[in-house]
Design a protein around this ligand. Sequence first.
Ligand code: ADP
Ligand code: AMP
Length: 217
Amino acid sequence: MLIILLGPPGAGKGTQADRLVKKYDLAYIATGDILRAAVKSGSPLGREARVFMEQGQLVPDEVVVGIVRERLTAPDCTGGAILDGFPRTVAQAQALDKVLGEIGTGIDRVIHIEVDEEELITRLTGRRVCRDCAATYHINFNPPRVRNVCDQCGGELYQREDDSLSTVQERLAVYREQTAPLIDYYGRENLITIIDGNREIEQIFSDISAALEVGSA
Ligand code: ADP
Ligand code: AMP
């Protein structure tokens, strides 16, 4: 099963992916997490990506396509995977189609999580992330049991630099211009299920699960 989670920053893709990978035993590929780990390690990839990420811009297509190609062909992905935050441009979607053609597989479903812009800003500016395992929380909507401590691994929680208000606004503009066209791209192939993401986490999860189960029946 290959699932793409599509939606603006803050829509809840990572939050839902965390539940979906456990329920369906899928590999998890989040390009943002992979890029942040590269920045943290100071690798050449991280040095290249850092400036784009800090400014809320997209990292060049060929860089992220290379990352995803490598991940999708790794042994842990043979049972299926969830893509979160990729593709983000039509060029990336076309490159993904090519990679999947080479591997001999296809996309099962694209889940488009829709959320109002005001809500996205509230979610992103209140988001906290675990430094060690990248689990995601919200100071009001999804707080950890102990303040600033990850429920899953005990790691320290921090606020992403690009979750500041000005960078969030830039990222939302980038989404509208460069990523939103993917809704039509996948709509044409009848691959999209639209989910109202302005609701409780568990309600959204239940709708996504139902969409995946219909698709695989
Ligand atoms: P994305 O991966 O799409 O950028 P996240 O999963 O990181 O989004 O969610 C963004 C923020 O919103 C996080 O702080 C998360 O805890 C919170 N969040 C996610 N889903 C919901 C929801 N349905 N209602 C309220 N807050 C949510
Ligand atoms: P995310 O964690 O998905 O919000 O991504 C954080 C940042 O990483 C984005 O603002 C981009 O700078 C970069 N990034 C993540 N995924 C991609 C992608 N598919 N294409 C280009 N840049 C990406």
